[in-house]
Design a protein around this ligand. Structure first.
Ligand SMILES: *Cc1c(COP(=O)(O)O)cnc(C)c1O
Length: 381
């Protein structure tokens, strides 16, 4: 069977061959397999050196100090560590977030609600963009933390995190942002943007799954409680033997994606235009993504007068995402589109197309033509 064209880079990306090669050198007996915490021999020292080199690689990409980088298993853990970690030491009990955050943030906030915290969920505009003024209006005396994502994973909507960060700073509120979709794609400077904590995942940037980091501001110090105890690794914030191969993989992936970030975003923009030029020949097409503040590589499109499930099944040579969730009884449209009041029928028939490093013009043309053909056929004469 011929595999479908991969248009789901926002869900995950393949590991870049240069990253895989570097990772493989930290696994075998002939390579750098030591425990980075072993202090008494060269195996340990070499592994530690590799881990610390990766920490510098990553810190440099966001204008952070290497000591502000905490290795984690991915953005889900980073989001949990940031929010629960800050909550544990706080006497303030109010959190502000948005309705269209990733579940890693929403479920963590819901959990804290069961522990006596109050959470305000902002809606943002019709494309989910949250204004700093809306955050400011929701602030209370007892607001501990604001968590607003940099780029939304279903729509590609870009938030002005610098504006939100500065507003939080002025009001002495901690600002966390989930940057799993923006890291390596948009410029991030944690100092200039007033970001106190930032979550990143390796597998969205051609690194390995099960790896990520949390940036935690050091000046002034931000105290967060660990989720995982045992051994006091990562300055006490995250215990467990460091996974050298995963860490060097993330370091390499981070350096590679930043090396060509601007050219690549221009290339992806042109792929987006190419794709839209096909799709927009169809009547009854809604672009759910933000018309202005949107990551080039994510396009969320709603198709009127077709059944979403039928459409997804008929597009079997394209690997795309519907954002819908299957419950036992039915298929629920994406909670993101629902929060933005996208009409139920359109939300049901919306697809996310996302492009990346290995996407080609031929693939995009094929995807555009196939989508038009299938939607046309399903709508009937
Ligand atoms: C992918 C993603 C996550 C989860 O990252 P993992 O590393 O898979 O845990 C969290 N937030 C956003 C916005 C994402 O896109």
């Amino acid at each position: 069977m011929q595999l479908p064209v991969y248009l789901d880079y926002a869900a995950t990306s393949p590991v870049d061959p240069r990253v895989a090669e570097k990772m493989s050198r930290s696994l075998l007996v002939t390579g750098n397999f030591g425990n980075p915490a072993s202090r008494s021999h060269a195996y340990g020292w070499q592994a530690e050196e590799a881990v610390e080199a990766a920490r510098v690689q990553v810190a440099n990409t966001i204008n952070a100090d290497p000591r502000e980088i905490v290795w984690t298993s991915g953005a889900t853990e980073s989001d949990n560590l940031a929010i629960k970690g800050a909550a544990e030491y706080a006497d303030k009990k109010h959190i502000i977030t948005s309705m269209i955050e990733h579940k890693a943030v929403l479920d963590t906030c819901a959990y804290l609600e069961t522990k006596g915290f109050e959470v305000t969920y902002l809606r943002g505009d019709n494309h989910g963009r949250v204004a700093a003024a809306d955050v400011a209006a929701a602030l209370r005396e007892d607001t501990l933390l604001v968590s607003v994502m940099h780029v939304n994973n279903e729509l590609g909507t870009i938030n002005n995190v610098a504006e939100i960060g500065h507003m939080c700073k002025e009001n002495n509120v901690i600002f966390h942002t989930d940057a799993a979709q923006s890291y390596g794609k948009l410029e991030i400077d944690v100092k200039a943007m007033g970001i106190d904590m930032l979550s990143v995942s390796a597998h969205k940037i051609y690194g390995p799954k099960g790896m990520g980091f949390l940036y935690v501001r050091r000046e002034p110090p931000l105290r967060i409680a660990p989720l995982i105890h045992g051994g006091g690794h990562e300055m006490g914030m995250r215990s467990g033997t460091l996974a050298t191969h995963q860490i060097v993989g993330l370091g390499e992936a981070a350096e590679l994606i930043h090396e060509h970030m601007h050219e690549e975003q221009v290339r992806l923009s042109s792929l987006r235009h190419r794709f839209l030029s096909h799709i927009q020949q169809l009547p009854g097409v809604t672009i759910n993504s933000h018309p202005e503040y949107n990551l080039p590589s994510i396009v969320n499109v709603g198709f009127a007068d077709v059944d979403g499930e039928t459409l997804l099944l008929a597009l079997d040579d394209l690997a795309v995402s519907s954002g819908s969730a299957c419950t036992s009884a039915s298929v629920e449209p994406s909670y993101v589109l629902r929060a933005l009041d996208v009409p139920e029928a359109v939300a049901h028939a919306s697809l996310r197309f996302s492009f990346g490093r290995f996407s080609t013009e031929e693939e995009i043309d094929h995807a555009g033509r196939r989508t038009c053909e299938v939607v046309g056929r399903l709508r009937g004469p």
